[in-house]
Design a binder for this molecule. Structure first.
Ligand code: 6PG
Length: 482
C-alpha cells in the first residue's frame, strides 16, 4: 500500500489537468497525486515535469491510498459522461468526509444532481468553475467553487494557493452551495461569448468602414487596452489581429474559416436565462451569431440577396473609431449587467447566497473576462446590495449616458451599411427597453386577451380584466368570467 503523502490529487492528465496539477505542485506545502485512465499519459507528465514531485497512481485504489485523509481530488476530464464515470470510480475508493471536486465546465444542474447523490455516501462533492484556459490553470486561474461549507474549509487554503492574485487578493471565493459555482462559471462564459462577439463586431465595423488592415486595427485595440476598456480579451484580440500566416503571408484572421465553434456553455447560459425569465439578449445574440456563422449552406444560398445600394464609407475614420470604442464600452456594460441579473435570479431560484461583489472581485484576475471595470461592479454592489439592475448604478449610468450618442450612431451606421452587429444593436435595444416609460407590451397584452382571453391589468384599477372584443366590447373583471 502506498504512503498517503499527497494532500491533493488530480484526475485527468490532459492539458488543463496536468497544468492545474503542476500549479498545485509548485506551491509551498502541496504534494500532488495524479491519475489518468491510461498510464502512458501519466508517464509522459511525470517525464516532462520531474520537478513537480508528482505521486503517480496506476489505478483508483492506488490513487486513494496516496492521499492524506480527508482526501481531496480534483477531476479535470470532459464534462458529461466521462465526469460521471470518474465520480463512480472515486466513490468506490473514497470514504465519508473525503472530497471530490469537479473542475470541468459542468452544467450546474448536473452538479446539483451529482452533489446530492455523492452526499448520500458521506463524501463531499464540489463543483468548481475554473477559468483562465491552459495558461490560467498553470499560472493562476479564477476559481468558482460551490459545495458544502465543510468542503470549503479544506479546499479554501489549497485553492487560494493556486488562484490568480488581483490587487493582492486570490481570485477564489466560496460561491454558494451545490451547483452555485458551476452556475456562476456558466454565466461567466455567457458574458465571455458576448464580450468576444462585441469585440468582433467592433473589428468588422472598423475594417469595413475605414479600410484599415488587421495589423492597423490591432494597434487600435492595443491603444484601447490602455484605457477604460482594458481587459484580457481586448489584449489578445490585438495579438490575434497582428498574427501573419506563415504559409501565405496574409493576416491569419483572413485565412481562418469564419465559422465560430462553441462547446455549449454560452447556450446553457441562454437556456437557463429563458427558464428564469431573464433577458440576456446580448449573450443570446452572441450565441446565435456563432450559430449563423456555422451554417455554410444557408449562407451560400443567401449570399446573392441584396444589401444596401451605397458603399459604406466613413467620412471621419478617427471619429468613427472613437464611436465604436464607446459603443463597445456601453454594450459590454449591458452584457455584464445581464449576466449579473441572471446570477441574482439563479441565486433566488436555487437558494444560493451569492455575493455579487465577491464574484466581480474573483473575476478581476485569472479568468477570460478579466477587465479593469470589474472593481466598479464590486463597488456598485457594496454601495447597494439590493441593486436591481447593474446598469442603473451611478458609475455605469454615467457611462451609458456619456456613450449613448456614439452607441446609436454606430448601430445606425451598421444597419445602413448592411453590416451585422447583433450584439451592439440588441444591447442598445435592451437599454432602451429597460429605460422606456411605456412599452408596446400593452398591445401584446391586448392581443393575448383578444385571441386567448388571457386577461390584462389596468393602469387605473386593481384586478384582472378581460374584454369581450367582439359584440358590445364591454370590459369585465376577469374573475367574473370563470
Ligand atoms: C475559461 C473559458 C473556457 C473555454 C470555454 C469556452 O473560462 O477558461 O471559458 O472554459 O474557453 O469552454 O469555449 P467555447 O467557446 O468553445 O464554448
Amino acid at each position: 500500500m502506498a504512503n498517503a503523502q499527497a494532500n491533493i490529487g488530480v484526475v485527468g492528465m490532459a492539458v488543463m489537468g496536468s497544468n492545474l496539477a503542476r500549479n498545485l505542485a509548485s506551491r509551498e506545502g502541496n504534494t500532488v497525486a495524479i491519475f489518468n485512465r491510461s498510464f502512458s499519459k501519466t508517464q509522459s507528465v511525470l517525464d516532462a515535469h520531474p520537478e513537480a514531485g508528482f505521486i503517480a497512481a496506476h489505478d483508483y485504489k492506488e490513487f486513494a491510498d496516496s492521499l492524506q485523509k480527508p482526501r481531496a481530488a480534483i477531476i479535470m476530464v470532459k464534462a458529461g459522461g466521462p465526469t460521471d464515470a470518474v465520480i463512480e470510480e472515486l466513490v468506490k475508493v473514497f470514504e465519508p468526509g473525503d472530497i471530490i471536486v469537479d473542475g470541468g465546465n459542468a452544467l450546474f444542474t448536473d452538479t446539483i444532481r451529482r452533489e446530492k447523490a455523492v452526499r448520500e455516501t458521506g463524501i463531499n462533492f464540489v463543483g468548481a468553475g475554473i477559468s483562465g484556459g491552459e495558461e490560467g490553470a498553470l499560472l493562476g486561474p479564477s476559481i468558482m467553487p460551490g459545495g458544502s461549507d465543510a468542503a470549503w474549509e479544506k479546499l479554501g487554503p489549497i485553492f487560494r494557493s493556486i488562484a490568480a492574485i488581483a490587487e493582492g487578493e486570490p481570485c477564489v471565493t466560496h460561491v454558494g452551495h451545490d451547483g452555485a459555482g458551476h452556475f456562476v462559471k456558466m454565466v461567466h462564459n455567457g458574458i465571455e461569448y458576448a464580450d468576444m462577439q462585441l469585440i468582433a463586431e467592433a473589428y468588422d465595423l472598423i475594417r469595413r468602414g475605414t479600410g484599415k488592415s488587421p495589423a492597423e486595427i490591432a494597434e487600435i485595440f492595443a491603444e484601447w487596452n490602455k484605457g477604460e476598456l482594458e481587459s484580457y480579451l481586448i489584449e489578445i484580440t490585438a495579438e490575434v489581429l497582428r498574427q501573419v500566416d506563415a504559409k501565405t503571408g496574409k493576416p491569419l484572421v483572413d485565412v481562418i474559416v469564419d465559422q465560430a465553434g462553441a462547446k455549449g456553455t454560452g447556450a446553457w447560459t441562454v437556456q437557463t436565462a429563458l427558464d428564469l425569465g431573464i433577458p440576456v439578449s446580448g449573450i443570446a445574440e452572441a450565441v446565435f451569431a456563432r450559430s449563423l456563422s456555422s451554417k455554410p449552406a444557408q449562407r451560400a444560398a443567401a449570399s446573392a440577396l441584396p444589401g444596401p445600394d451605397e458603399a459604406f464609407v466613413v467620412a471621419d475614420p478617427e471619429a468613427f473609431v472613437e464611436d465604436v470604442r464607446q459603443a463597445l464600452y456601453a454594450s459590454k456594460i449591458i452584457a455584464y449587467s445581464q449576466g449579473f441579473d441572471e446570477i441574482v435570479a439563479g441565486a433566488e431560484q436555487y437558494g444560493w447566497d451569492i455575493k455579487k461583489g465577491e464574484i466581480a472581485k474573483i473575476w478581476r484576475g485569472g479568468c477570460i473576462i478579466r477587465a479593469r471595470f470589474l472593481n466598479r461592479i464590486t463597488e456598485a454592489y457594496a454601495e447597494n446590495p439590493g441593486l436591481v439592475a447593474l446598469v442603473t448604478a451611478s458609475f455605469f449610468a454615467e457611462v451609458v449616458t456619456s456613450t449613448q450618442a456614439a452607441w446609436r450612431r454606430v448601430v445606425v451606421a451598421a444597419a445602413q451599411a448592411g453590416i451585422p452587429s447583433p450584439a451592439f444593436s440588441s444591447s442598445l435595444a435592451y437599454y432602451d427597453g429597460l429605460r422606456a416609460d411605456r412599452l408596446p407590451a400593452a398591445l401584446v397584452q391586448g392581443q393575448r386577451d383578444f385571441f386567448g382571453a388571457h386577461t390584462y391589468k389596468r393602469v387605473d384599477a386593481e384586478g384582472t380584466f378581460h374584454t369581450l372584443w367582439s359584440g358590445d366590447r364591454t370590459e369585465i373583471e376577469a374573475e367574473d368570467t370563470h
